[in-house]
Design a protein around this ligand. Structure first.
Ligand SMILES: [Zn+2]
Length: 281
């Protein structure tokens, strides 16, 4: 029996990926494919034919990465519900599927234009290769130069992209760099309060991450004392790595920061209570 929708339906691959209410909800949260997938959800196509359709139909091929990534995410989330009793949140996980598919796309482009060695070190592969017990902490700052209002967004997921908690802090800053300082400091304090020992701290601020990774000569940032404070705060965490990802891969934190700034929201949510801003994802 299907454990994702409790409808009493038998959990065939077709039910799990296409017909289950959980899967349908998931697909409908992906605007890029929801209109092309709609007919599959109401058909009795077999999984084998369905996969062939997306690989061999010329005008569908460019969407196949996101379609298959989404199918894989549905499977992953069904497993965390069945084996770990984790709540399902189609909206957040659809967002994860989107990021993964973007990465797949950019890796495929890289693969075409360069040699395999380059692909192996491509940082876009990072999210697919994080260790199982790690906590991924994405953070970002948002700043409005007209009002000086700032927002901090910190969103944590596990290696599979499941939501693990978030924190928003709205306030004011003197400059974009000031807002960025607030963000990294809040992220460090939050990590400390989580008591988790295997962390990836992720940001799209390349110079900040380079500084934290001890490439101090590479930063043009003036707020180095804030970064030194963060390094001090986090010095006892067993394993913490600082990772720069491109802006599109950090969009979850970007959205959270913007929401915090615009709606003036401050608060903290754990994995059992999903924040209202997740509706935007
Ligand atoms: Zn079901």
């Amino acid at each position: 029996m299907c454990k994702s929708c409790n409808s009493g339906a038998i959990e065939t691959p077709e039910h799990m990926i296409l017909h289950c209410n959980f899967a349908k909800n998931f697909w409908s949260n992906l605007p890029v494919v929801s209109h092309v997938i709609a007919q599959d959800l109401n058909s009795d196509i077999s999984i084998k034919d369905w996969i062939s359709k997306w690989i061999f139909t010329k005008n569908l091929l460019d969407k196949s990465a996101i379609v298959f990534t989404t199918a894989w995410c549905i499977w992953k989330h069904r497993c965390s519900k069945v084996f770990d009793n984790k709540p399902l949140n189609p909206r957040l996980t659809a967002n994860t599927a989107h990021s993964f598919a973007d990465e797949t796309d950019s890796s495929l482009v890289t693969a075409v234009i360069s040699n395999p060695q380059t692909v192996a070190v491509n940082e876009d592969n990072f999210l697919n290769n994080t260790p199982q017990n790690s906590l991924l902490v994405f953070y970002d700052a948002s700043f409005d130069k007209d009002t000086n209002n700032s927002g901090v967004g910190i969103v944590a997921t596990n290696h599979a992209g499941s939501f693990k908690g978030c924190k928003l802090v709205s306030g004011a800053a003197a400059s974009p760099e000031g807002a960025e300082s607030l963000a990294i400091l809040e992220a460090a304090k939050w990590i400390l309060s989580k008591n988790h020992q295997n962390i990836f701290l992720i940001s799209d601020a390349k110079n900040v991450m380079a500084y934290l990774n001890n490439n101090k000569e590479r930063t043009s940032w003036s707020s180095c004392s804030v970064l030194d404070d963060c390094l001090f705060l986090l010095k006892d965490i067993h394993s913490i790595r600082y990772k720069h990802l491109k802006r599109n891969l950090n969009s979850i934190a970007d959205l959270a920061a913007k929401h915090s700034r615009i709606e003036k929201v401050t608060g903290e949510w754990d994995e059992s209570i999903f924040p209202t801003f997740s509706k935007m994802m």
